[in-house]
Design a protein around this ligand. Sequence first.
Ligand code: GUN
Ligand code: ZN
Length: 470
Amino acid sequence: MAASASIQKTIYLGPFVHSQSLTELDICEQGAIGVDEKGVIAFVEKSNPDVEDIKSKDSAWKDAQIVKITGNGFFFPGFIDTHTHAPQHPNTGLFGKTTLLDWLQTYTFPMESSFKDLNRADRIYQNFVARTLSHGTTTCAYYATIHVPATNLLADICLKRGQRALVGRVCMNSDLSPEYYRDASVESSVADSKASIDYIRSIDPSGEIVKPIVTPRFAPSCTSECLSAIGQLAKETDTHVQTHISENKNEVALVQELFPESKSYTDVYDTHALLGPKTILAHAVHLSPEERQTILERGSKISHCPASNTAITSGCSPIRTLLNEGHTIGLGTDISGGFHPSILDNVRQAIWVSRHLSIQTSSDAAKLSTEEALYLATRGGAAVVGLEDKVGGFEVGKEFDAQMIVLGEVGEVGGRGEGGIEEGPVDVFGWESWGEKVEKWVYAGDDRNTVAVWVRGRLVHKTGKYRGQE
Ligand code: GUN
Ligand code: ZN
């Protein structure tokens, strides 16, 4: 289906939940969301609307299809993964006791280098895009590899399956990478990146679903000349930029060694024209106050990758401090530094990491609430990828990127005693408030609860539990 193909007008009926602010959820217990042929939300009714009333009041909606939630379900905005590496998917869960720099050499570069084989790339990328969609991820900022054909293929797959994506060919020309897996020269690094930008813009000229993103892997992977040329390319082509920053203490020391004239890790990117409002910086664990100030002044955004930061023992990013300072923050799975392709899992991980910081500092200040973590997963992520006007919540004018969440219901005594077990890991007994149902989903739910997923009103994933439209 082409990015702009039209869909049938639909009224989504049932409870819906989305962030009202960083600290508050808006829970509508029975509502209606009308989505037009372009996938744009045309109306939102919050107080137990009658669908026949809606249809009779406005003849434009009389033939609309109805998608209805019955039981313990709700619509929730699609998740936004602001940082992940699609080619590392087969390594998910494999990291042993490594930390960043030896992990890259042991696991990552050998796997990524194999993507010169396009059949292998196809198999892995098809699987990963389907997998992230099944976890409710409707937008994803992807690192690919250095290979242009495989990078372009990833963009093709996202467009075809309907997942919004920023897709980046990885630039890496320094001798940190093995000879078998690096760009041959600065010129080829720029030319290959440009070729991929042009291709991605050719398959989706409006950028509604897929967009290119300039992707210098991280400072140690690139020479100063390469970083400058890539910064220039991003400027000339008005493209997003993504990279890693201050993930691990040994990496920070390495950057200081490789770029002795720079004041800091952040300064390396700043002096190579790579920090701007369209820049996504993954990790931001060990930044100094001056670096954080520079990032804020440049309007660059932060991708918090809590599972990855724990798995490869990088550290605990001080999210409360970053939020208080006014940074724009989303969540990233960072496969395969991270061990789970689900943003819901990273919502939990963000909360756990914040609690460990709270324990270390003997203060509650660091703790993230459920509401805050869900905000980062949706509206925060939307702002990180520059889509805050289009997705992240259910308002008129936004595009309908959503997941239908269904929770298991435990039957009455003497009835379905084991009721709900096949409906996923969350057991609802019937006395929970709506806020409690959402919390139970956040802490125990998984992809079994995500029964259907839409991007711009297009159904892009469903399970056998989805009963579909009426
Ligand atoms: N820094 C440079 N490359 C990578 C990568 O692939 N994953 C993570 N987590 N950090 C990096
Ligand atoms: Zn990463």
